[in-house]
Design a protein around this ligand. Structure first.
Ligand code: FEO
Length: 402
């Protein structure tokens, strides 16, 4: 992928990972991703961020198309996760930079990852700035957005925010900018990314956005380390992040389940009818067909989470347990839900799901519905009623938020 000059003397020198569908082992990235790095040509030639180790030669060729690597004076490591710092040992060997800038937490983490105490570390903190010659770089620590070491670099003269993981999207594309692709598609990818990676740190997102506003930073371009660069829709993505973090209620429920002999599936469909009868949108997602990260992507615009499993070995189906664990870790706020499922003899599944939802701070409509073996007409009517009750709870949340 050719390098691209994104601002005068500032180049995208990243790589496109066209075929990755498993992002960090926990989220799907069906459209691939990119690892963005930025090279600034100034009196001090500076590289911002890098790429995973397996892509280090791609990065080499990108930079080499502009300058020999040994011309690089500074490296800024905004985040040490291996998708952005994996190539650091290679880069350090090739460039032997005068200085490596990182946050204080980043300094510790670089030592923990690469065990190289002799690299020329220059830990920085919020408020610190450095001159590259014609331009100044201001650093802003963004702890837990989304790792302890994360930070932003703001290039004041260029009105450019290099934002690391924040504002990213998983998309492999020959395009580099937000205005070169379909905006609703890009916003969907942004939302999927946020709700699988950033969601637990939503309070930090709000705090960082407030800090940026307080500082009055002029930003006309946001260059994240994944996906496309925001230049025409900067305000749109900033507002979207505020909205994602706020988690206001949405008029939708997600019904997520696994099933053995389709009894639980029949219940899911009956519950969906009840939800719809109350004028609330619904999405049914069978966990054998939908990845847990895609369910979280859908839950971004849903306030209801209704979860079902047959009782299996006195518990619940493995995919349901997997989803509940995943959702609990992402800590969505302000959700209402319910549990349902069939059973053959012992019937613990529904209570297990209810308990799990409560642990995830979901307000659970009780009792859930249990069906012995196969649901009859009356039991399906009970399922519908559960759907109605959850829908009413969703509408009450929306009303309360207005
Ligand atoms: Fe894209 Fe936290 O690494």
């Amino acid at each position: 992928m050719p390098v691209v000059e994104i601002k005068k003397d500032i180049y995208w020198v990243g790589v496109v990972d066209w075929n990755i569908h498993d992002f960090h082992g926990y989220s799907r990235s069906p459209q691939g991703t990119t690892y963005n790095a930025y090279l600034v040509m100034d009196d001090k030639i500076t590289l911002f961020d890098s790429v995973p180790a397996p892509f280090q030669m791609d990065l080499y060729h990108q930079i080499r198309s502009l300058i020999p690597l040994e011309k690089i004076d500074y490296i800024v490591c905004n985040h040490i996760e291996p998708d952005h710092a994996g190539a650091m040992p290679f880069l350090m060997d090739k460039t032997k930079p005068e200085k490596v800038f990182c946050s204080k937490m980043g300094h510790r983490a670089l030592l923990d990852h690469f065990h190289q105490p002799d690299w020329p570390y220059h830990p920085v903190q919020s408020g610190d700035s450095i001159s590259l010659g014609k331009r100044t770089v201001h650093f802003m620590e963004t702890r837990m957005l989304h790792w302890p070491d994360s930070m932003f670099s703001y290039l004041a003269e260029d009105k450019l925010l290099i934002s690391n993981d924040a504002f990213g999207q998983n998309i492999a594309s020959s395009q580099r900018f937000d205005d070169e692709v379909d905006l609703p598609m890009l916003m969907d990818l942004s939302s999927h990314y946020y709700h699988n990676i950033v969601l637990p740190y939503s309070n930090r997102v709000t705090a960082v956005l407030n800090d940026v506003a307080k500082l009055g930073l002029e930003i006309d371009m946001i260059a994240p380390d994944h996906g496309l660069i925001w230049r025409s829709h900067v305000d749109t993505i900033l507002k979207a992040y505020r909205d994602y973090a706020e988690q206001r209620p949405h008029n939708k429920a997600v019904i997520v389940y696994d099933t053995m002999w389709q009894s639980t599936e029949k219940m899911a469909k009956a519950i969906a009818e009840g939800v719809m009868e109350e004028g609330v949108a619904v999405k049914i997602m069978h966990l054998k067909e939908y990845h847990h990260s895609d369910v979280m992507g859908e839950l971004a615009t849903a306030t209801g989470i209704i979860c079902g499993s047959p009782t299996h070995n006195n518990g619940i189906m493995p995919l349901v347990a997997n989803f509940l664990t995943y959702m609990q870790g992402l800590r969505p706020l302000g959700r209402v839900g319910a549990a349902f499922g069939s059973f053959g003899w012992s019937g613990e599944g529904v209570n297990t799901i209810s308990d799990w939802l409560k642990t995830a701070k979901v307000e659970v409509v009780e009792p859930g519905v249990k069906v012995k073996n196969v649901p009859n007409h009356e039991k399906l009517a009970e399922c519908k009623e559960l759907g109605r009750q959850v829908a009413k709870a969703i509408k009450a949340k929306i009303e309360a938020a207005q």
